[in-house]
Design a protein around this ligand. Structure first.
Ligand code: CA
Length: 252
């Protein structure tokens, strides 16, 4: 049974979510603070498939909770549900490794649709990885890794190895990197990336794409200020190249 962890200190909201998710056939665990939510996530006997996280919590904040989760679990989808509507809050949440951001008050059908979407996306990604069914014909269908320069991307573990350093990517970071890699050499517009990678997140802006690209560059580029692999295309978006081009000819 799909297991959803709700981290919410307002009892009425928490119990409303529990009721509705149970109606949908999910197993629901509710915790009122970050610390006890982390304990649930570390229980290997009952793995969590998705986290719904409030930002304003007693003790550690939702941001801190999200960061703590990402230190040991980079793959579980996290959906932040918060009364905070500022784009700075959303940016910060995405920086902490959340996959989706929804503001309160929320429409239940939309929340359910987003939860299903996150679960499906995660399952499809895991299935594609496990069965070695990679979408791009350029990749060895049995290969779960992609290599360029000093960088090795592991689609199965969501890890990026650069030299002897290992970085753990979130689901969204890995999806974006994979989206670039599978469209090597193509110019990809910000809105196209948003539509394909962020799918059903109408409240994120193209600035989020730029933010994520900066983060990927910090991981994969030898000098993030002078990118060799994820190139900026002025006025449009980005283009991934596996082999660095002559720097003088690539607009950055
Ligand atoms: Ca709260």
């Amino acid at each position: 049974m799909t297991h959803i962890l709700v981290v919410e200190d307002e009892v009425a909201i928490a119990e409303g979510l529990r009721f509705n998710f149970e109606q949908e056939g999910f197993q629901v665990t509710v915790r009122e603070d970050g610390q006890s939510a982390l304990a649930v996530l570390q229980d290997e006997a009952n793995p969590v498939d998705l986290v719904i996280l409030d930002l304003m919590l007693p003790g550690m904040s939702g941001y801190e909770t999200c960061e703590s989760i990402r230190r040991f679990n980079t793959v579980v989808p996290i959906l932040i549900l918060s009364a905070r509507t500022l784009s700075e809050d959303k940016m910060r949440a995405f920086d902490c490794g959340t996959d989706q951001y929804m503001t309160k008050p929320f429409a239940l059908p939309e929340l359910l649709a987003r939860v299903r979407n996150l679960l499906e996306r995660r399952q499809a990604l895991a299935a594609a990885n496990l069965e070695g069914k990679l979408i791009s014909p350029k990749l060895d269908p049995r290969d779960t890794k992609f290599q360029f320069g000093q960088v090795t991307v592991n689609y199965l573990t969501f890890q990026v190895h650069v030299g002897d350093r290992t970085h753990n990517l979130t689901t969204l970071e890995m999806q974006l990197l994979r989206y670039f890699i599978e469209r090597e050499g193509q110019v990809l517009s910000r809105s196209q990336i948003l539509e394909k990678v962020w799918a059903q997140s109408p409240d994120v802006t193209t600035r989020t794409v730029d933010n994520f690209v900066l983060r990927l560059r910090r991981v994969i580029e030898p000098d993030p200020a002078r990118p060799l692999y994820i190139l900026s295309v002025r006025g449009t978006g980005y283009r991934f190249v596996r082999t660095p081009e002559d720097a003088t000819h690539s607009p950055v």
